[in-house]
Write a protein that binds this ligand. Structure first.
Ligand code: TXA
Ligand code: MG
Length: 348
């Protein structure tokens, strides 16, 4: 299959007045899969009411079928069509954070969204992305769009159309290219069917921001241990990993440099993942600075690009610095830990 690329700027309005958007929307209505930008990462969209369409997502990504997808909507009315028993806390969150990087787990309305989207669960994950192109495409298609991140299963999520094409060229009908995404890590997944709202996946909206609006929020216990079975089915799979092993280092730059030197003495090519502030400390085969430690949002936005960039080099092992587990740092460390398979070396 030839994958079409439609280049658009972000000035598109919600009316979808661009012919590129109309073409992409037409393919979606014909039950093809199309990648599109959101404010977090690129998504791989398909008609969420069609089994035929949704199966194409799982096929293109090589995604296990027991890992449910997020449904993307463009207005509040669409929510009532796919979810029932929406609790007051969800409505409060919607007012504050939609459109935006917050996915809510709600009770699913029967017989609208196909079972392949929800992997047979009685709940549904929904979000309204804060990106003009995503909103225009959803509106123009007139459909709720199931959309996981547009990467091959297990690879880092795509933050540019180029990343999407690296993984999925020839396997999907098209990609709408509106440049790089802003936030760079996926949405926060919040279970609103639990007695106390519970974060199943940390992401673009932080725990601190949620708690300012609705008070105490739980973190799913599985987020703290690599071996427990998490409630969010997707969290149990290896994720975001570069091709070479990644190891997180909890210690000073000089300790990390010692580890690099040991590996290089064995003849290994070594990569270091750091930030602009610490870049000058390191001597290795490849040193990549990923944003500024002083502003962790800049780290989030470059993280997946950096993990992918290591795959373009010949490094055989990658050492990464650690980040504070607060604010957006919680999402950064969640993705880094998974990319590293929870391998960590601590300075004594
Ligand atoms: O930022 C994002 O959320 C991106 C963009 C494209 O919107 N999408 C994304 O989708 O990250 P995906 O499929 O890569 O991640 C969806 C996550 C998975 O961890 C999945 O297990 C969880 O949401 N999820 C989906 N439905 C669920 C449900 N009913 N209950 C619990 N977790 C669910
Ligand atoms: Mg994903």
């Amino acid at each position: 299959m030839e994958t079409k690329v439609w280049i658009v700027d972000n000035a598109v309005d919600k009316k979808g007045s661009y012919s590129q958007i109309s073409q992409a929307a037409t393919l979606l209505r014909e039950n093809e899969v199309v990648a599109f930008p959101t404010e977090t990462v690129y998504g791989l969209g398909a008609n969420a009411t069609s089994t035929i369409a949704v199966k194409k997502i799982f096929q293109a990504k090589g995604r296990p079928s027991d890992n449910p997808l997020i449904v993307h909507i463009a207005d509040r009315k669409q929510l009532e069509e796919i979810a029932v028993d929406i609790p007051p806390v969800a409505n409060t969150l919607i007012e504050h954070f939609w459109p935006g990087p917050l996915t809510l787990i709600l009770k699913k309305r029967e017989n609208v969204i196909c079972d392949e989207v929800t992997a047979g669960l009685s709940t549904i994950a929904v979000r309204m992305p804060d990106h003009p192109v995503a909103l225009a495409l959803i509106q123009e298609s007139g459909l709720p769009l199931a959309a996981p991140s547009a990467n091959l299963s297990g690879r880092p999520s795509p933050t540019s159309a180029m990343h999407v094409l690296t993984d999925l060229n020839g396997k999907i009908a098209g990609v709408v290219d509106a440049g790089v995404t802003g936030i760079g890590v996926e949405s926060t997944v919040l279970d609103c069917t639990a007695e106390i709202p519970t974060i199943l996946r940390p992401g673009g909206v932080t725990k601190e921001e949620l708690e300012k609006i609705i008070g105490h929020v739980n973190m799913d216990a599985a987020l703290f241990a690599g071996d427990k079975v998490p409630k969010s089915p997707g969290m149990k799979y290896t994720h975001y990993a570069p091709k070479s092993p990644l190891i997180i280092v909890d210690g000073s730059p000089s300790f990390l440099q010692q580890l690099v030197d040991q590996q290089r003495a064995l003849g290994k090519k070594v990569g270091v993942l750091t930030t602009e502030e610490h870049e000058h400390f390191y001597k290795a085969d490849v040193v990549l600075a990923c944003g500024k430690r002083a502003d962790l949002y800049t780290v989030a936005s470059c993280l997946y690009g950096a993990l992918r960039a290591f795959d373009e080099t010949d490094v055989e092992v990658i050492y990464s610095e650690r980040f504070p587990q607060e604010g957006i740092g919680t999402a950064i460390m969640n993705r880094l830990n998974k990319a590293a398979g929870y391998q960590l070396i601590r300075e004594k």
